[in-house]
Design a protein around this ligand. Structure first.
Ligand code: WTA
Length: 649
């Protein structure tokens, strides 16, 4: 960790929306009178019926309720499209950059976005989708993904996007979980020069679970697919039959806009529910201020729309602001490690937002891939998803940003809808590895993990909670409000519990130290160790499994699985490979264990609880500091595990 500070240049600060003095003034106002502050900023979007109430929130266990702008009505799609048509109908809304650089990019204007979104909305209506119904999107990074999201918003349907890297089983669970009426997918999804057979995955998922769900299929490659007559519909055929006008539904601010499944420390992923009004205000405001977005700028967030970052910073935030946003279908290393930088040059990108794992991978390929591209349009660089190590930060700053682009290290979560702690590029002196200070209206607190009391000293370390609500906060877990309360409001009463550990330094800067629960962060993808464990134990030859994270140079964290086999099963390399493949098909490639250690026994307390602390230490190759093992039922298993550990650092 580094304590060197990088202040914004005087020139940058002078042209920025927010400088240091303005940040302080606005932050103080946002805390002293949240209703006045958010009442004012609520006006950055268009309301059909303006709100008169701003905030109505309780974090009290048993009656957690989060309401913002609750008597206002609006339509999110109209905010992202229609209200820009008078002035920007010919401006590019979305630049689509395909997987292969040999295929042409598309420039989709706000007018075309309007027409395509309305067509998609009319097609969905024709398939029987009504206000409040759920629609699952399982799509590559193609413009139709944005049309589909906005079409749902337009007719008041709730979308739930499933990342296209998830397996049929994971997809099926999510389709069932929200009782979706329609799944929107594509024939094949090209990525990094290979194609995933998305439609076939959908068929498999629906076969297992519900087989009367309709499917709207986008023709992306023209590849071979299996068709379900009467249930499957081609998007291009249906689109040709409907009008390019569809009146937007008048929605309440608190009507759900989308569900997005995310991993927690226990059980299966939970459906995070976001609102329409508060979410949009927060996504729009953070996109403009955190990236210092100005009209005419080209904004590129490299995330996938399957994650929250894609929701807020490819689609909703930028489009609500009338921005030009890039949607990239490919990967950073295809055809080679200069792809990101070539796309920046080609489309004259001004703000670039990516994950540390991508930067670490690209940094390892050498500087020439960056240096051969003209990056002179870059103004602001951002990172998200995991802590960034100072080496990667410095490389980003010097090699990519040429020392002239402020870096915004944005800390937030699926649950938070938008950034909660981040530098503002014209206001905040950055420190490599720190997400610095809170966004407006956000009150981070550090609690002592055992007593649960707030640590008031400036220098502090403990668990990170948030004291009060902000408009982008999730509202509930889909179909299970009790789980929502239990997960986020029961451990530390009166606060929103983030699940992250955090340190505050003498300057009041925040440094995320990682999850304090059983969630790991692999290549910026969030995963519950419990999910990987339950996939492993579903295999007939596995008796027991325990999964932990361990430090990984590129991925941030790797997946380390301890596996106890059934009595008569021989541990072999073939079986190890089979288990890797098994997890890929149960969850998806992102969940494949990096290391599998055969464990004849797992360290357990006398009451049978697995001591994960010990397993983490062994996986980290740091077994000198195992701590107290005297409560173990059989301490000798620890020696055996150390002896055969897989990560010898
Ligand atoms: C981690 C992604 C350090 C953190 C938007 C959080 C970060 C989890 C940062 C949420 C950051 C996200 N620095 N850690 N800038 N951003 N995290 O829900 O542990 O996929 O709780 O949302 O990622 O991951 P999620």
């Amino acid at each position: 960790m580094s304590d060197t500070k990088y202040p914004p240049s005087a020139e940058f600060a002078a042209n920025a929306h927010i400088d240091a003095a303005k940040y302080q003034e606005m932050y103080d106002a946002s805390i002293n009178d949240p209703a006045a502050f958010w009442g004012e900023h609520g006006k950055r979007i268009d309301w059909i019926k303006p709100f008169t109430k701003v905030k109505d929130v309780s974090f009290d266990l048993g009656s957690v309720a989060i309401n913002w702008y609750s008597d206002g009505t609006l339509n999110v799609a109209a905010n992202c499209i229609d209200r820009h048509l008078a002035t920007r109908s010919d401006q590019t809304a979305i630049i689509w950059e395909p997987d292969s650089p040999d295929e042409d990019a598309l420039h989709i204007t706000y007018q075309q976005l309007h027409d395509n979104t309305c067509r998609m909305a009319n097609v969905l209506k024709g398939l029987g989708v009504k206000r409040g119904d759920r629609v699952v999107l399982y799509l590559p990074m193609i413009p139709e993904a944005a049309y589909a999201m906005l079409a749902c918003a337009r007719i008041g349907a709730i979308h739930s996007i499933v990342f296209a890297g998830f397996s049929p089983d994971a997809l099926g669970a999510r389709v069932n979980g929200c009782d979706a009426k329609v799944v929107i997918t594509a024939d094949h999804a090209p990525r990094g020069g290979r194609a995933t057979k998305l439609k076939d995955n959908v068929n498999q998922a629906l076969l297992h679970d519900v087989d009367d769900v309709k499917c709207l299929v986008v023709k992306r490659t023209g590849g071979q697919i299996a068709w379900r007559e009467g249930l499957d519909f081609w998007w291009h055929e249906e689109a040709a039959k409907v009008s390019a006008e569809c009146p937007p539904e008048e929605m309440n601010a608190e009507d759900p806009l989308f569900i997005l499944y995310t991993s927690g420390s226990t059980g299966q992923p939970k459906g995070v529910v976001h609102s329409s009004g508060g979410y949009l205000v927060y996504a729009a405001m953070t996109q403009e201020l955190v990236f210092d977005y100005h009209p005419g700028d080209v904004f590129w967030c490299t995330a996938d729309v399957g994650w929250v970052t894609g929701h807020s910073y490819i689609v909703y935030g930028p489009l609500a602001n009338g921005a030009t946003t890039i949607m990239f279908e490919g990967v950073p290393t295809y055809p080679d490690a200069s792809r990101f930088w070539q796309v920046c040059e080609k489309h004259k990108v001004n703000q670039f937002y990516t994950a540390p794992t991508a930067l670490r991978a690209l940094m390892g390929q050498g500087n020439s891939f960056v240096e051969k591209c003209d990056l002179s349009d870059l103004k602001v660089l951002g990172t998200v998803g995991e802590p960034i190590n100072p080496e990667a930060w410095t490389w980003y700053n010097e090699v990519v940003g040429k020392g002239k682009c402020p870096i915004v290290d944005t800390w937030w979560q699926t649950e938070t809808g938008g950034h909660l702690m981040t530098p503002l590029p014209g206001a905040t002196a950055t420190k490599p590895g720190s997400c610095t200070t809170p966004f407006f209206g956000v009150q981070p607190v550090i609690l002592d993990p055992t007593s649960g009391t707030e640590i008031h000293e400036t220098e502090a370390e403990g668990v990170l909670c948030i004291k009060d609500s902000w408009p982008g906060q999730m509202r509930t877990v889909y179909g299970d409000h009790e789980r929502f309360e239990k997960t986020y409001f029961s451990d530390y009463k009166g606060y929103y519990f983030t699940g992250d550990g955090c340190r505050r330094d003498a300057d009041g800067y925040y440094w995320i130290t990682g999850r304090v629960d059983d969630v790991i962060n692999v290549s910026g993808h969030r995963m519950g160790t419990a999910e990987v464990e339950s996939a492993l134990v579903a295999h007939a030859q596995v008796a027991e499994a325990a999964v932990v994270g361990y430090p990984h140079d590129i991925k941030g964290q790797g997946i380390y699985a301890y596996v106890t086999l059934m009595n008569d099963v021989e541990p072999t390399d073939e079986l190890r490979k089979e288990l890797e493949k098994w997890v890929r098909t149960e969850i998806g490639p992102i969940a494949k264990p990096d290391l599998i250690q055969w464990a004849p026994g797992l360290p357990k307390t006398r009451s049978g609880k697995i001591m994960r602390r010990i397993l983490r230490k062994i996986a980290e190759d740091d077994f000198g500091a195992l701590g107290d093992t005297s409560t173990l039922a059989d301490p000798s298993v620890v020696d055996e595990l150390i002896e055969n550990r897989m990560n010898r650092g």
